[in-house]
Design a protein around this ligand. Structure first.
Ligand code: MLC
Ligand code: AMP
Length: 503
């Protein structure tokens, strides 16, 4: 039997001396070198008892070694569980408890704090630091490559990525080999990637955008990847000449536009700028074209579905739209709360069906049934319409979600913590416009009886529990929260009232 993802994506170039990762220190990792690293890592996974279907959790800095853990997992048929490096031990405890990985690979600086959490979840701990060192790498260096590739069918799981839930509990989206492969094939073809490309990669590798869209497309097409640990404007500006493509969240583009070094001459070698994960303002799209002559290609995706729609490579890239469904993907708009399909131009729930759509939420059959219909359509929670030209416009979200710099933040998760704190009667967390991040988190708190709480003390209490990017940029005490006749907090009214509160 074959290994669906490995054979199509990692295998074909595993003996190729062509460059795969171009590193900031001038070093290069070839496809062959990457495959060899992954094969040694596979030997370590196996010696740690990891078998087909077991989860391997990874919370580590963005390095070639961390990326190779993805390839190693696929080789042994394990399921990768990539975790945001900003998550606190409190957040980790939930993910590890829920996913029950066999192994946690984490930064050595977190080892002491995470070891008891991992032990409770039944996971062994090995370490990987930001230079590629650590106990995991020491074992890798001492291991011979494990060349046997585990057989895996198209529906076997390749990864579980956690997305926060609107009710507070995070859900593990189960992605199969074919979810990833079918999507990467569609994107590489549509966006015309080839081994003549050099992609600038400055996204994190614990989310769909940086891990699957960017890496899988590059692996499939043979594109070289300029691999940066994070987005640094000076490094990106320096990397553009000689590169051909960039994939980023809208913040990448607003930061580039803020830099006078972004000119037509600078981007002479570039053929494609892709944006996604959050709405790209039409004004950003237009300003970017005026400055560089390039129309940014905006696409639309989700953790649960990979990519769903894209503006065309050839043809009109329309600002403010996310384009047409990808080949093989169906998109329909339904009346929220029902399954009645709406017509062209009517706004409703965006639903998606295709080989890209996930296998369900890990150990949450009820949540899966709520969001994944029996006919295969997934309810995205995004509201949109399809125009006369067949382009999808995202006009809002039914789900209560804030997207800051491309990271999803669920207000409920923050409200639950605030509501439990001394002196708090209730709270509402909203997203307000932010020039750099698109949206920023603001918390509105109604004090209970007695001494009102200090905003600073409430923020400090949140910090030990929540990743930094989820922390409110401002916390304000208010007398009451506006409610509708059903008693539901009117977040739209709050968003309007506090739109300028960050000054
Ligand atoms: C960093 N910070 C953020 C933040 N990123 N706060 C809110 N939202 C964010 N996104 C905070 C840090 O905690 C820190 O706080 C301060 O901002 C500066 O940190 P930094 O590390 O220097 O930030 P920076 O490198 O500038 O990061 C900004 C960013 C980064 C936009 C480049 O967040 C990023 O790479 N975002 C991409 C996220 C992504 O890949 N999303 C795809 C999801 S997949 P302080 O106070 O300590 O200084 C998906 C599906 C799809 O959505 O369709 O693709
Ligand atoms: P995530 O759960 O991190 O995968 O985020 C998915 C969500 O990001 C989607 O449901 C959308 O709300 C949003 N999103 C992704 N791409 C776009 C886009 N191009 N425009 C607007 N929103 C987007």
């Amino acid at each position: 039997m074959t290994n669906h993802l490995h054979d199509a994506m990692f295998g074909p170039r595993s003996a190729s001396p062509a460059p795969f990762l171009l590193l900031p220190d001038g070093g290069t990792l070839t496809h062959e070198g990457f495959a060899e690293l992954a094969a040694r890592q596979a030997a370590v996974l196996i010696s740690a008892g990891v078998q087909k279907g077991d989860r391997v959790a990874l919370q580590a800095a963005k390095t070639p070694e961390a990326l190779a853990v993805y390839a190693a997992c696929i080789r042994v048929g394990a399921v990768l569980l990539p975790l945001n490096t900003a998550y606190t031990p409190t957040e980790l405890a939930y993910f590890l408890g829920d996913a029950e990985p066999k192994l946690l690979i984490c930064d050595p600086r977190s080892e002491a704090e995470l070891a008891p959490i991992a032990e409770t979840a039944g996971a062994q701990v090995l370490t990987l630091d930001s230079t590629g060192g650590g106990s995991f790498s020491a074992r890798v260096a001492a291991s011979a490559p494990h060349q046997t590739i585990a057989p895996c069918a198209p529906d076997d799981l390749a990864a579980i990525l956690y997305t926060s839930g609107t009710t507070g509990r995070s859900k593990g989206a189960m992605l199969s080999h074919d979810n990833l492969l079918s999507n990467a094939r569609a994107l590489a073809d549509l966006w015309q990637f080839s081994d003549a490309d050099t992609l600038i990669h400055a996204l994190p590798i614990f989310h769909t955008h940086g891990l699957f869209v960017a890496i899988n497309v590059s692996l499939l097409s043979g594109a070289a990847v300029r691999f940066f640990p994070k987005f640094d404007i000076d490094e990106i500006i320096a990397a553009i000449p000689g590169s051909t493509s960039l994939m980023g969240v809208p913040t990448f583009y607003t930061r580039l536009l803020d830099d006078p070094r972004l000119t037509r001459d600078l981007v002479a070698s570039m053929r494609l700028f892709v944006s996604g994960s959050a709405p790209l303002l039409a004004a950003t799209h237009e300003a970017f074209e005026a400055r560089t002559g390039h129309r940014i290609l905006e696409r639309y995706g989700m953790t649960e579905t990979n990519m769903n729609a894209s503006n065309p490579y050839e043809g009109a890239r329309i600002a403010g739209t996310v384009g047409q469904p990808l080949p093989g993907v169906e998109i329909r708009i339904t009346e929220p709360g029902s399954d009645s399909v709406l017509g062209q131009g009517e706004t409703g729930m965006i639903e998606v069906r295709g080989p890209n759509v996930f296998q369900g939420y890990w150990r949450m059959p009820e949540k899966t049934a709520e969001e994944l219909r029996e006919d295969g359509f997934f309810l995205t929670g995004d509201l949109g319409l399809i125009d006369a030209a067949g382009y999808l416009h995202i006009v809002g979200r039914q789900k209560d979600l804030i997207i800051a710099g491309g990271y999803n933040i669920y207000p409920k998760e923050i409200e639950v913590l605030l509501d439990e704190m001394d002196g708090v009667a209730e709270s509402a967390v909203i997203g307000v416009p932010h020039p750099d991040l698109g949206e920023a988190v603001v918390a509105l708190v109604v004090a209970g009886d007695g001494t009102p709480p200090e905003p600073e003390a409430l923020l400090a209490a949140l910090s030990s529990q929540l990743a930094r990017f989820k922390h409110p940029r401002k916390l304000l005490l208010v007398d009451s929260l506006p409610r509708n006749t059903m008693g539901k907090v009117q977040k739209n009214a709050l968003r309007d009232s506090y739109a300028d509160c960050l000054g």
